[in-house]
Design a protein around this ligand. Sequence first.
Ligand code: PMP
Length: 432
Amino acid sequence: MSELLARHRAVMPSWLSLYYETPIEITSGSGSRVTDAEGRTYLDFFCGIVTNMLGYDIAEVREAVERQIATGVVHTSTLYLLRGQVELAEKIARLSGIPDAKVFFTNSGTEANETALLLATCARGTDQVLALRNSYHGRSYGTVAVTGNRGWKNSSLSPLNVHYLHGTDQAAPAFRGMSDAEYIDACVADLRDVLVTATAPDVACMIAEPIQGVGGFAMAPEGLLAAYKEVLDEHGILFIADEVQTGWGRTGSSFFGIGNHGVTPDVMTFAKGLGNGFAVGGVVARGDLMDGLTAKGVATFGGNPVSMAAANATLDYVLDHDLQGNAARRGALIMEGLRPLTDLSSVADVRGKGLMFAIEMVDPVSGAPAPALAGAVLEGARERGLLVGQGGVHNNVLRMAPPLTLNEEDAREGRDILIDTVTAVDTKVRSA
Ligand code: PMP
């Protein structure tokens, strides 16, 4: 065990999980690559859990941050006017597609979702909310309450009254053999049933990830969230889209992930990639909802000048370089190469949208989820110089979210490493 790992284990919580049998200490980065303390360089297809949206050491972001630091103001009270906040809020409000939108900045996705839940429950005067099974929304009391993914749920105590809906569990025994249309009908019938028991007017909101990130890049079939939204609208129930992983063009086909579902939400939350590594999150909501809170509010660091400089520069970069288009093109190239992996008996599924794609590993004989095989791919890819993520409700899914700036050569290299690694793991398990 390295000296740093021993010290980490001694003073940091045991549940603070680290990737890899020999965890990596990243010491520098440039473009789509990072270098570790041993001097090994990796192509990064996970980008700090989807945070380094543009990759590493991007001149435009670095210079914007340096210019802000050079003013001598790393932070000042968020009770004063901050130009960077207003400018960023204007851009996000315009991009959101939400009518009369207003924006509030936080430091993280957890805080953003917490704020969104507060807006919705206060506006509707009830603590009943709807969430999807297998979801992940953060690690605070309220966001854990709407997290359906058991592995990330450390408390069943809840400040909210949560009803879980179906959406990404089409493979579950109850739905096996159903077409998309039949599954959607069954889900909507279940929602109507929940609303009867919950006495519909007393439900504040539904919160959903357009593609479940931690949940293994699982996506509800086309049409389901729109069908849910129709039912919610009948009752005035608000819809919160958690765009923490899916925002800013990553899915290629839509600037925000929820656009892929043809739904205009009442509230959207964002974080991660927007600051390209700097801590920034936030909520964009209909103005009447945002203004509806009656108590005063401020976030001491949320919307601070340095994060705003980073976020403004990052968002401008995404728009100026059409990174949504790049995500669509590179994603298509990678998916085309990965799709044949489904012929292997240990690969249950290859799925994705734009630069957000996943490979699901199962036992080649029983078809049961195989987290150990996903772990073997994670390690094998690292040995070949590629960093990826792992997730899914059974932890058997490899998740990839490369920088939106990914060039064609790096896209091919990462794709080929994945093909090699998954094929090697499949061959090994079948010959064991
Ligand atoms: N929502 C989603 C969809 C996420 O993936 C995450 C983080 N993985 C969060 C919320 C929480 O964000 P943070 O870690 O910045 O609090």
